[in-house]
Design a protein around this ligand. Structure first.
Ligand SMILES: Nc1nc2c(ncn2[C@@H]2O[C@H](COP(=O)(O)OP(=O)(O)OP(=O)(O)O)[C@@H](O)[C@H]2O)c(=O)[nH]1
Ligand SMILES: [Mg+2]
Length: 294
């Protein structure tokens, strides 16, 4: 019997949602960083096996928004809870539950969908610690399943798949088996560039950056793709940081991004990056819309 369905992955920022999904589909599709609020959109991650097809939704971390971009992100995450077959609620097993977790649990209650509690980052704690935290999390809600994992090493991750297949209904294969996302290549490329900026900059800079691929075309017969992308920041001073002394930072961003882009596209790339200032874009409806955050 072939099973299929949609599974939303939700939780607080930085708990490892995107890391888990990359591991599940076996490819670097979602960007990851050690800074909160990395993922900004709902991203489909499609996994096809002989037993079924699971359409996972990676979502932005649920947090208290401080600007319109944040409001959009939280709305995306909450909307993803609707009309899915199963919800994976990810938490960091190395912290006790806080107010933020209680807020998420209230949302889960409204959704009336089976929820798996996924206790992530178990590589960071001892068995004894895990047991004591697990007890606290179990007390929050009547979870359908509780699965401790490490998304980084993959420990126990196959168990999530096995359990999901038990809960998903019989259904068709919605997407071709080699398709891993609904997002266009351009989007994934812009995210890979943004990931390098998250990695290489600090404080408010990572959060003030948006990336848009303006042009992407194959160089015929050369097995090469030409990409031109704009990096938007909110202030001149941030532009200075992204460009760096003599353009050093921008070259580093480009070099690192190209490695991932070439792995994704399977061909050489020529990457042209432009840094532009868009004052206070995170609060401007028009710019948010242009950048795909609406
Ligand atoms: N030690 C350890 N670190 C992990 C694990 N899973 C994720 N991380 C790290 O946690 C950080 C956040 O991971 P992400 O996958 O970006 O988290 P996220 O939940 O998608 O975050 P947002 O998109 O901001 O909501 C990164 O530094 C990861 O390397 C894990 O199992 N163990
Ligand atoms: Mg993420």
């Amino acid at each position: 019997m072939f099973k299929s369905g949609v599974v939303a992955v939700v939780g607080r920022p930085n708990v490892g949602k995107s890391t888990l999904l990359n591991f599940l589909i076996g490819q670097k599709l979602n960007i990851i960083s050690d800074k909160p609020q990395t993922t900004r959109n709902r991203i489909t991650c499609i996994l096809t096996t002989e037993e079924g097809q699971i359409i996972f939704l990676d979502t932005p971390g649920l947090h208290k928004p401080r600007n319109k971009l944040g409001e959009y992100m939280v709305k995306v995450a909450i909307d993803s809870l609707r009309e899915v077959d199963v919800i994976l609620f990810l938490v960091e097993a190395c912290h006790r539950p806080g107010k933020g977790d209680e807020y998420v649990v209230d949302l889960l209650r409204e959704a009336q969908t089976p929820v798996f509690l996924i206790l992530n980052k178990i590589d960071m704690l001892s068995q004894g610690e895990l047991e004591s935290y697990e007890k606290l999390y179990r007390g929050l809600y009547d979870f359908a399943e509780v699965i401790p994992v490490s998304a980084v090493s993959g420990t126990n991750v196959p168990l999530i798949l096995q359990k999901l297949l038990e809960y998903l209904p019989e259904g068709p294969q919605y997407y071709p088996e080699d398709m891993i996302t609904e997002q266009p290549e351009r989007f994934v490329v812009s995210e890979l560039i943004r990931e390098k900026i998250l990695e290489l900059t600090r404080d408010e800079v990572p959060h003030s950056v948006a990336v848009e691929v303006e042009e992407m075309k194959e160089r015929k017969g050369k097995n090469m793709v030409y990409i031109r992308a704009n990096i938007y920041v909110e202030r001149e001073s941030q532009k200075g940081i992204i460009v760096g002394k003599g353009g050093k930072m921008l070259r580093e961003i480009g070099g690192k991004a190209r490695q991932d882009i070439e792995k994704l596209l399977g061909c050489k790339s020529f990457l042209e990056l432009w840094v532009k200032v868009q004052k206070d874009w995170r609060n401007k409806d028009r710019t948010l819309k242009d950048l795909g955050y609406s």
